[in-house]
Design a protein around this ligand. Sequence first.
Ligand code: FRU
Length: 479
Amino acid sequence: MKSLNEKKQIQLAEEEVKKYASIVESDPNRLRYHLMPPVGLMNDPNGLIYWKGTYHVFYQWMPFQTTHGAKFWGHYTSRDFVHWERQAPALAPSEWFDRNGCYSGSAVDNDGVLTLFYTGNVKDDDGTRHTYQCMAVSSDGVRFEKKGVVVHLPDGYTAHFRDPKVWKHENKWYMVIGAQSEQLDGKAVLFRSDDLMHWEHIGAIAGGEDGNFGYMWECPDVFRLSGKDVLIVCPQGLQPEGMHYQNVYQAGYFVGQLNYETGQYVHGTFTELDRGFEFYAPQTMVDEHGRRVMIAWMGVPDQDEDQHPTIAYRWVHALTLPRELVLIGDKLYQRPIEQLQLLRSDEVHHPNVFLQKEVRQFDGVKGKTVELLLKQIDGKGVFSIHIQNNVSFSYDFEQKVATLERESFARNGMKEKRQCLLSQLHTIHMFIDTSSIEIFLNDGEEVFTARFFTKEENEHISFQTNAEASFHLSKWKLC
Ligand code: FRU
């Protein structure tokens, strides 16, 4: 049973949804096939799980304003991973241990009980922060009951200790938590349990030392893929380095071997997951076929968040498409899940395209909700794709650089870009959804994710080269 206070919070949130529904839905920038908040602010995906035949995506939600605050867990479910139904909020801030927010966390199936772990965020009047790792359970997957605190802050860390990700390994439960040490280094901290209630602190499995890799690590996730242990994490406090670390905070991963007994994690270097503007707080889950799938927040904390034009329509942010993760060597490849094909219609093919010093548009290749696939790409000079006169993707065959450029929505239409090195380009798989773009290069070797906002509605897509480019082009309308 929920406390009266939590019920009241949820009721207020639902009233807010009703009150602003028509304004939110009238926004021309509203996405068509991505998860968004019904009103207010959405950030991290939480509690991703395939449970009893249904996909659950929870998310950090502030229903009452388009800025951060005391977060709820919003909730969507789906049978096929592409068509979603909104459910009542699963968690609302209400108790002494979570009164200033039910912060990020994860979900597991415990003998048929859907069990959530989240961070209870508490701030005293004088600003002192407290953090508690909490549990909530549900037997129907829709109504959740809080069970209270299961992990208290261990010695050696500040109250920036949050985002529990729980999983099972060889009959024991493990929890990894994002942390800040008292020396102000970001860390990922491991716990072990037999019963999900009592947790033994094993220690930090990875982290910076002496300020060399950020002051805080958020949203860690540990999983095994192709015989290796991957740690995804979001370090805060890295400085830009060439084409790397261009966003305010980063999201990336390490690959290595984790000793579950000792907590020793031998791993390689940090690799960014996405090279675009808006990507943060990814979380993974195992789908019905045993595939590892990741969803992230299509936003970055503190990065032009108050400048999104959607705020005028009382909502802000969205989640990325679900992406299957595949490990090739020590590199994570991301591939849009194949169920997205269910959204396809109006298929168009232009095989054997050859462009020479020209700009070209193709019959049937335009729209606001579009999937584009370019295969067997070859060329010289610079090849680019221009979308809605606002955002472009280009590849320089000589410099071996991929670039995403857009008109900034925060700096008066100024051009801004993100780049990465790519030794060759053979495939571009692009998902445009009104005001979002996700570009998968070479079957997911690199990905660019971004939001963009045009002043006038348009459906423009054109292809350009200053030398030559050849490819096979396919296009689908989505949803
Ligand atoms: C990441 C994050 C998490 C925290 C949540 C609060 O974006 O800061 O560390 O749990 O957002 O909404």
